[in-house]
Design a protein around this ligand. Structure first.
Ligand code: 5AD
Length: 353
């Protein structure tokens, strides 16, 4: 174990320089990872106890105008069977979710031009009207500043937009030339300035990613101060240009989750679907590495099977009641429990991420 001094420094100062991050991320072993997980778990438990927040995800459209080289619902994937849910279907998913015990709904889709700002604003305000005690999170991609403002005014509370990579040259290797890293960063700045609880994030082990790229991700994150960070391993999708690329590593993902928790102790940090897909107990491992959020899927099964960002996407299902679900049992088995609260971001004390 070489990295204890840097991990301890990160805990104290919540920041490292690029070279230090690169050192932390280019050479590490299982002992470093276990040490980081121990610190991360302690910090997480100081803030959240053994509570895990849940968010119900509604994947309401898989149409996408973008062409991200890694993603199964990219525009050029002619094999993807496209679907789009109606407003009523979306509301009825939320209704089911509410009954199950969810108090946050995450509306996620490809960048589908059919859902104009006005249509989305109508959907958001209808959900907020019907479920005033719930938070609405949007995860619908890049939009104009004014569109983000309109959706915020309609009642949206949070927004997830992974930055994907903080290295502009790396970004261009993962996306066609007309998708712009600058615009993505502009979106993230806008979202935060408007007042959304804002989430960024990246894939671990995406093609061409180096420890230097990951170091840049961590420098970006500690400067941006997101409220949420979504991290999962890259997993190839058979109908994309990256079909033959290897998946990201479970261990590196867990290590990065711990480092994110240590850098940003108050952050809402999900054990993601991709983590649960590369290992059947990936979500438990994520929680034990410092994650405090799990995002079960509320999408109806007949369309969910077509929302395949990567091969064999394994989402969590809740039967009829959150508190009696398999997921709750799985959390209890590792000493945690699910919470039925909105689970908003709170900053503890002064100097946090
Ligand atoms: N493997 C892992 N994660 C992926 N995403 C998209 N495609 C893949 C893939 N092949 C992630 C991206 C995106 C989020 C919705 O899903 O980071 O932002």
């Amino acid at each position: 174990m070489k990295n204890k001094p840097l991990i301890d420094q990160l805990e104290k100062t919540h920041t490292l320089d690029l070279t230090q991050w690169e050192a932390l991320l280019s050479q590490w072993d299982d002992e470093d990872r276990a040490y980081a997980a121990g610190v991360a778990r302690r910090l997480s438990q100081q803030r959240f106890g053994t509570t895990i927040y849940v968010r119900g995800v509604v994947e309401f459209s898989n149409y996408c105008r973008n062409d991200c080289l890694y993603c199964g619902i990219r525009h050029s994937n002619a094999n993807a069977i496209r679907y789009r849910m109606t407003k009523d279907q979306i509301l009825s998913c939320c209704q089911d979710g509410y009954q199950l015990g969810f108090r946050t709904f995450v509306l996620q889709s490809g960048e589908d031009p059919w859902f104009t700002t006005d249509r989305m604003a109508d959907i958001v305000s209808s959900i907020k009207k019907r479920f005033p005690d719930c938070a609405v999170t949007l995860s619908i991609g890049e939009m104009a500043t004014q569109a983000y403002q309109t959706l915020f005014d309609a009642g949206a509370d949070r927004y997830l937009l992974r930055h994907e990579t903080a290295d502009q040259a790396h970004y261009q290797k993962l996306h066609p030339s007309w998708q712009s890293w600058n615009n993505r960063m502009r979106c993230l700045r806008d979202l935060k300035a408007i007042g959304y609880q804002t989430g960024c994030g990246f894939m671990v082990g995406s093609p061409y990613q180096s420890p230097h790229c990951l170091a840049e991700d961590m420098v970006f994150i500690t400067a941006f101060h997101p409220h949420m960070i979504g991290i999962g391993p890259f997993i190839p999708h058979k109908d994309t240009p990256f079909a033959k690329e290897p998946a990201g590593s479970l261990e590196l993902t867990l290590y990065l989750l711990s480092l994110c928790r240590i850098a940003c102790p108050d952050v809402l940090l999900p054990a993601t679907t991709a983590l649960g897909t590369i290992h059947p107990e990936g979500r438990e491992m994520g929680v034990l590495a410092g994650a405090n959020v799990i995002m079960p899927n509320l999408t109806p099964h007949d369309v969910r099977k077509n929302y395949q960002l990567y091969d064999h996407m394994r989402s969590v299902d809740i039967g009829t009641n959150l508190m009696q679900s398999d997921l709750e049992k799985r959390m209890e088995a590792i000493g945690y429990h699910l919470s039925i609260s909105r689970g908003d971001y709170h900053q503890e004390g002064g100097q946090a991420c």
